[in-house]
Design a protein around this ligand. Structure first.
Ligand code: XIL
Length: 382
């Protein structure tokens, strides 16, 4: 995968005056694609939508093919999509995604087997609406994981087996799995996934992992898993960033702490919101909902040059860190392709206009893309 000395094949990409949202940048030059520039360091991926995998969003598909060598489904492999009712599996969207990834020679990640969100109520209740026993919930987990992982055996490279099981204070999240089964649900999920596809990589994925107490909580959890014989391959740091938080220094400490466990680190859901934080509370807790106010939605008609510049610098600083720690990082995945379809337009406040990704609403590369390519070329050994 990492052919350090391989000659990089230049790709002529004519970006005709690819103005960013500021409308100021004139970019028209010969450049490598992102995947070529970053190839000596790590995979570069994007979360994809069902519309893209149905090839209805052709501009997005073109960008995917040009710049990315890894994909992950944004939604179609969550329990709610795959098994909306007990025993009723809907695989068509996920099948298309995996076929697309295979056809394009991309690394496909499955997201996600066990998560407290986007899981239907039936998973935890019986036909009368009462909470199921520990034994029944374990069997439901086993059935779901075994069915899904076996179907894509050998085709999905790795799985986000458990997503967001740790709270910001480092304790285990008090979700339904913990309440009904107890903390062993995490180990069981990994065991079921490993049994279904012994060659698949197994990941633990979470947000706000630069918070020291959360970092420690995840280190403790990963240690326990490794000590009990689970072949944990990597820890996924989601990377839903803001303009103030997290600090790059703390983010780096987490990369080092996870890597010291002997596992890889992946930046799995990267996006950088340009908008003001609505409150002191930060983080990508899906349950977080903040009220809309006009003043926290200031860029509905575009981003002023100076603000764009600040945003671009912060993105570059994070990528500089990833390049510096490239021997510990196996993949960096953006949570989406273009600003128009980013979930950040609606999280944590509904109905804002955000600019968190590398491609604008017209699918044009922002000047940042070329800065990233230049940075990779200057920082990486060739
Ligand atoms: C988000 C999707 O982007 C949205 O489309 C959906 O409505 C909610 O989930 N952490 C995760 C992702 O692990 O699965 C979430 O994706 C974002 C936060």
């Amino acid at each position: 995968m990492k052919k350090k000395n391989e000659r990089i094949r230049p790709l002529l990409l004519c970006f005709l005056a690819a103005a960013c949202t500021t409308g100021s940048a004139q970019v028209s030059k010969e450049a490598l694609s992102l995947k070529e520039a970053l190839q000596p360091a790590f995979l570069i991926g994007a979360a994809v939508t069902t519309r893209q995998m149905n090839l209805q969003d052709t501009a997005a598909v073109r960008l995917l093919r040009t710049h990315f060598n890894a994909i992950v489904p944004e939604n179609c492999m969550k329990i709610q999509s795959l098994q909306p009712h007990e025993g009723v599996f809907h695989f068509s969207d996920a099948d298309r995604l995996v076929a697309f990834g295979q056809q394009e020679g991309m690394h496909v990640t499955g997201h996600t087997l066990i998560w407290h969100s986007q899981v239907p109520d039936w998973f935890f209740t019986d036909k009368d609406g009462n909470e199921v026993s520990k034994e029944i919930l374990i069997e439901r987990m086993r059935t779901h994981i075994t069915t899904v992982v076996s179907r894509y055996k050998g085709r999905i490279k790795g799985w986000d087996v458990v997503n967001e099981a740790v709270e910001d204070d480092g304790s285990l999240r008090r979700n339904k799995f913990l309440q009904i089964i107890g903390e062993e649900y995490i180990r069981l999920a990994f065991e079921f996934a490993h049994a279904a596809d012994p060659d698949a990589e197994l990941y633990y994925n979470d947000y706000s992992l630069a918070l020291p107490r959360k970092r420690d909580g995840v280190v403790a959890l990963a240690k326990q898993l490794l000590e009990s014989g689970i072949p944990l391959s990597a820890i996924g740091m989601q990377g839903h960033l803001g303009m103030q938080f997290p600090s790059i220094r703390e983010f780096e400490k987490s990369i080092l702490a996870f890597s010291a466990l002997g596992v890889k680190v992946m930046i799995t859901e990267l996006d950088l919101s340009i908008l003001p934080e609505p409150s002191q509370r930060t983080g990508a807790d899906i349950a977080r909902k903040e009220a809309y106010r006009k003043e926290i939605n200031p860029y509905t008609n575009g981003v002023p040059e100076a603000v764009y510049k600040e945003w671009q610098d912060r993105y570059l600083d994070f990528f500089t860190l990833f390049l510096k720690q490239a021997d510990k990082i196996s993949r960096v995945t953006l949570w989406g392709l273009s600003d128009g379809t980013s979930w950040r337009n609606n999280f944590p406040v509904r109905g804002r206009t955000d600019y968190p990704l590398l491609f604008d609403r017209q699918y044009r590369a922002k000047p940042l893309v070329y800065k990233l390519i230049e940075r990779a070329q200057s920082d990486l050994p060739r």
